[in-house]
Design a protein around this ligand. Sequence first.
Ligand SMILES: [Zn+2]
Length: 345
Amino acid sequence: MKSGSFEEVSRFSRVSRVKRVVAGFLSVAFLSGAMGVLSGCKKRGFGKDAEGKVKVVASIYPMYDFVKRIGGDLVAVKMLVPAGTEPHSWEPSTRDMQDLEEADLFVYNGAGMEAWADDLLGTIQNKDLIAVEASKDVSLLKTEEVHHDAHEDEDHDDDHEDHDEEGHHHHGEYDPHVWLSPKNAEVEISAIADALIEKDPEHADTYRKNLEEAKKECEALDSAFEAELAPYKGGYIVVAHEAYGYLCKEYGIKQIGIEGVSADQEPDAARMREIIDMVREYGIKCIFFEELVDPKVAKSIADETGCKTMALSPLDGLTKEDIDSGRDYFSVMKDNLQALVDSFQ
Ligand SMILES: [Zn+2]
């Protein structure tokens, strides 16, 4: 029968289509599994847990922490620069875009911290993605001001000009580490809260309440820094990289950076000599290192000058262990304050 044979043909083709789809699905599943293994198993996509939540991609650790603080359980947050990675030299891969294609908000610090952000956003297809530059309301410090601040009494201006040009070339015009002043952290947290309220007005009251609490914590932190660093105004700190411009300006201390504002260049012999001379001249007792930068230069300056070494965190990033053990912006900043006070004693 004509109709019977037609049915048979059509059933056959339906079955083979299903088989093809299943085979295709399996190979995609296999491939993405294999890619997961190759890429160190960082899980991509927001997954089921994010359903009904505001999906946020945060660039670096402080942004991630601020978003979680304001968003709590109402947001699903992914950190773009992996934990334990020094972010100044990090670059996104094409795989990092997948999270952004699914996200509602992309929260980044700005001020030149994420030099790759503009290019990345230009390639994203997700038309609903809102990009939030958290530092947009902060008054920024030029890198030149930061650099010259620590060396204004020095004579070797030619060396400094070289260093500045390099700093300028690599890292843009401004010091991006705005969050290291609690006052600026408050401004950034407020910008993030505004964006969440705009995206998810239904939960505005919760975001506002969390913002009020975060502001109080920022203000308490600022008062503690102000009070405890007051006796050391005018004092110098030697740090792994020049991340502390805003903190120093706020509380009247001065930084000498082993590396520049972007932690990507070890000092040459002349700069080493200069740092060692300043350590002796200013009676500096401590050389700070940071967890995500190799401490060997800090240790050798300390050996040469008889200084102690201590950790000071620019919060550029935290290790996974730190995050898992519940450390956050406020606890790390309190540890930083204690370390700063100890360094002067
Ligand atoms: Zn940094």
